[in-house]
Design a binder for this molecule. Structure first.
Ligand SMILES: Nc1ncnc2c1ncn2[C@@H]1O[C@H](COP(=O)(O)OP(=O)(O)OP(=O)(O)O)[C@@H](O)[C@H]1O
Length: 427
């Protein structure tokens, strides 16, 4: 192995720990080391798309890797291969976790999923373009990757490109600046399937719309499949030219609505299973109830729970999940058990220590029962959880909560007072 090759292999081993495997495969492995001396390492990329992307996104990291590999700083120079005339988008590595199998189907997304499956099975022949719209975190990108993964597996010779619209816009700006519009056009028009994510980003960008209009027409006329996603339906994207708006609606428009509780529960179960966890029903329902219209948010809660469990070595119980999520759940951030206990003690003019103590005189026992009632009513804590906070058996808590509930029904003043407490803690 030449010195240059050995240097590059050592730099790649360093990069392996610094970038995700798919990035390494897409962007770094295709590079060829050409030459090195005491000052610089020259690398050749398959096309100027690579050169540009690597220079913008990864040059400092590449220089670090090379410095680590040879022990002193070297300049890294990347040039595009002169022999490759046609520019192509680099083979994109689709997220292996985003497949049709892992996409949980429910009434809110069944239509969009079926349309995506149809397109993945017969690209270019049916619904073209397929336009999927939904709010944030509801699975648009997941479905695009699922189409990509399906095609890679079943039609490996097709050129399938996943492009975030932001990348399309950046590439265009770059190409205009470097006067490389021909390269740009070739890149985007030489695909069999174009998966364009978040196309609403085109709104208000006239030059980008003009260019995408021609890209769209070229692909569509050649019966190449186009799939677009957006956060709103075509007719609601303000700042979008009419000719694009109508084209976006030419094929099939499908929406994804926020999932119902059962679907959210199934999604959480699926994600937990992938991570190797089997969560009890009450924990899954607790998380599922915390966000109605964003799966990404639910995933965030789930990951927070897993990290918390790992760091504290706690089992997945309701108590654990509540504690893990306190700082990130807006409705619960305002009232913690300790805040409620402090509030009740203050309201009745006694000390927190008395409230949690063994004094059973009515002046203390009644506020204690009120505190237990509020913890149940406001935070929905279980009887054993409340019991632990006061050092009491859960049957005592049950009795106290029932006592206060019964008195509330009989005593309008107490009812109004407790209603205002509950309201205050919930708001
Ligand atoms: N039906 C589903 N089944 C399984 N996972 C889902 C489902 N819907 C969404 N998800 C998961 O939710 C997360 C967010 O989804 P995704 O990134 O596809 O959302 P998006 O609609 O593209 O959001 P944005 O508009 O913010 O980019 C992903 O991890 C995805 O796997």
């Amino acid at each position: 192995m030449s010195d240059t090759n050995a240097l590059w292999q050592a730099a790649l081993s360093y990069l392996k720990d610094k970038v995700p495997p798919e990035e390494l495969e897409s962007w770094f492995l295709p590079l060829t080391p050409l030459q090195s001396n005491g000052h610089e390492l020259r690398l050749q990329a398959p096309s100027s798309v690579y050169t540009r992307y690597l220079s913008e996104q990864y040059l400092p990291l590449l220089e670090d890797a090379v410095a680590m590999a040879c022990g002193n700083p070297l300049r890294v120079v990347i040039s595009a291969s002169p022999t490759k005339e046609a520019e192509t988008l680099p083979a994109f590595t689709f997220n292996p976790r985003y497949t049709f199998d892992t996409f949980v189907e429910g009434p809110s997304n069944a239509f969009a999923r079926a349309a995506a499956v149809a397109v993945a099975t017969n690209p270019g022949s049916g619904y073209n373009p397929l336009f999927i719209y939904a709010g944030s975190g509801l699975g648009k990108t997941h479905l695009l990757h699922a189409i990509g993964n399906h095609l890679r597996q079943n039609r490996p010779t097709l050129r399938v490109s996943y492009v975030p619209t932001e990348k399309f816009v950046n590439d265009l700006i770059h190409s205009i600046r470097l006067q490389k519009m021909n390269d740009f056009r070739q890149t985007y028009r030489q695909v069999d399937v174009l998966l364009l994510d978040d196309c609403h980003i085109l709104a208000g960008k006239e030059r980008c719309q003009e260019e995408f209009f021609h890209t769209f027409n070229t692909l569509h006329e050649a019966q190449k499949q186009i799939v677009l996603t957006s956060d709103t339906p075509p007719h609601n994207i303000s700042g979008l030219e009419e000719r694009l708006r109508t084209r976006f609606a030419w094929g099939l428009v499908a929406d994804i609505q926020p999932p119902d509780l059962e679907t959210r529960i199934a999604i959480i179960r699926g994600k937990a299973h992938v991570e190797g966890y089997d969560l009890p029903n009450d924990v899954v329902s607790f998380i599922a109830a915390r966000s109605r219209d964003n799966i990404r948010e639910l995933e965030g809660y789930l990951h927070r729970l897993f990290v918390f469990m790992t760091l504290t070595n706690r089992p997945p119980t309701l108590e654990t999940v509540r504690e893990a999520l306190y700082p990130v759940l807006p409705s619960e951030r305002t009232s913690t058990p300790q805040e409620i206990i402090r509030f009740v003690a203050h309201h009745y003019g006694i000390k927190v220590a008395d409230l949690k103590g063994r004094d059973n005189r009515r002046s203390v026992a009644f506020p204690r029962q009120v505190a237990m009632y509020l913890l149940r009513e406001v935070l929905n804590l279980s009887y054993p959880e409340i019991g632990r906070l006061f050092g009491k058996h859960h049957s005592t808590v049950l009795y106290s909560v029932e006592q206060i509930a019964a008195q509330r029904r009989k005593n309008p003043n107490l009812d109004a007072t407790l209603a205002s407490f509950v309201e205050q803690f919930r708001s």
